[in-house]
Ligand binder design. Structure first.
Ligand SMILES: NC(=O)c1ccc[n+]([C@@H]2O[C@H](COP(=O)([O-])OP(=O)(O)OC[C@H]3O[C@@H](n4cnc5c(N)ncnc54)[C@H](O)[C@@H]3O)[C@@H](O)[C@H]2O)c1
Length: 251
């Protein structure tokens, strides 16, 4: 029970790694705030976690990470209900071409596709960090976890915003948050996966180990970093890509 008397606010918590992080933290004692744009998904996620965790430790808040007013409202709801935020885990994100169903090369797609990708993948985690950091400073403790991606290292011809945003989270953003947080005992770390089987199609992305990661493998790192085991870690990115970054032939 590593997270007893702790509160975690998790974005993108209706599915994938966000959901699994919320479930694992709740099962280890945390109060969890599940934030997502998908209300139906949130209801399902809360019901699933509620099978093993008391309902009074689960709060769902529907909202869009691209809207700062909604981000602040989510943070306020978390603090009002549980009194504190120990962990902010920013999982909401995804490649703009996939999410908008507009495939093609960057310069051949409408500029709105790029804007959407930056708003979701860069501004979303930055907005949440901006809203939550003062609360963590007041508490004199907290951990912020950002989700990067191997695409932030490799780039890509379609989702340039996704690649740019993930690069930024893995370097400038996580390092800046670490500097801002350190005097207040607040840490910031980034976990950057290669392919993860939250979607079956990710199995097609090559890795040196010959397989994609299981969501639980990535979530275990998030839990390690949030718990006392990660107490000396801040300002750094953990690449968990099955060795894809050292492959020469990725086709
Ligand atoms: N799955 C992978 O292979 C992989 C690889 C590298 C990085 N990542 C990163 O890990 C994170 C989680 O990935 P996943 O596969 O578990 O994701 P997922 O697609 O299963 O879940 C993302 C969640 O974010 C929510 N969301 C989308 N737009 C939102 C918005 N505007 N406001 C609030 N919520 C919104 C969705 O409703 C969804 O529930 C993402 O940031 C992703 O970029 C994933």
């Amino acid at each position: 029970m590593r997270f007893e008397n702790k509160t975690a606010l998790i974005t993108g918590a209706a599915s994938g790694m966000g959901f699994l992080t919320a479930k694992c933290m709740a099962e280890e004692g945390a109060c969890v705030v599940l934030a997502d744009i998908n209300q139906e998904g949130l209801d399902k996620a809360a019901a699933e976690i509620g099978k093993t965790v008391p309902a009074d430790r689960i709060l769902t808040v529907a909202g869009d990470v691209r809207d700062y007013a909604q981000v602040v409202a989510t943070k306020d709801a978390a603090v009002e209900r549980f009194g504190r935020i120990d962990f902010l885990v920013c999982c909401a994100g995804g490649a703009e071409t996939r999410l908008l169903g507009q495939y093609g090369r960057f310069h051949e797609l409408p500029i709105d596709v790029f804007d959407f990708g930056i708003d979701l993948n860069l501004k979303g985690p930055a907005y949440f960090s901006h809203a939550v950091l003062p609360q963590m400073q007041k508490q004199k403790s907290g951990v912020i976890i950002l989700l990067g991606s191997i695409t932030g290292i490799e780039g890509g011809e379609g989702s340039v915003a996704y690649a740019a945003a993930k690069s930024a989270l893995m370097n400038g953003v996580v390092k800046s948050l670490a500097m801002l947080g350190a005097p207040h005992n607040v840490r910031a770390c980034c976990v950057a996966p290669g392919p993860v089987l939250t979607r079956a199609a990710m199995a097609n992305m090559k890795t040196l180990l010959g397989r994609a990661s299981e969501p639980q493998e990535i979530v275990d790192m998030i839990l390690f970093l949030c718990a006392d085991t990660g107490a000396s870690v801040t300002g750094t990115t953990f690449l968990m890509d099955g060795g894809r970054n050292v492959m020469i032939n990725k086709e």
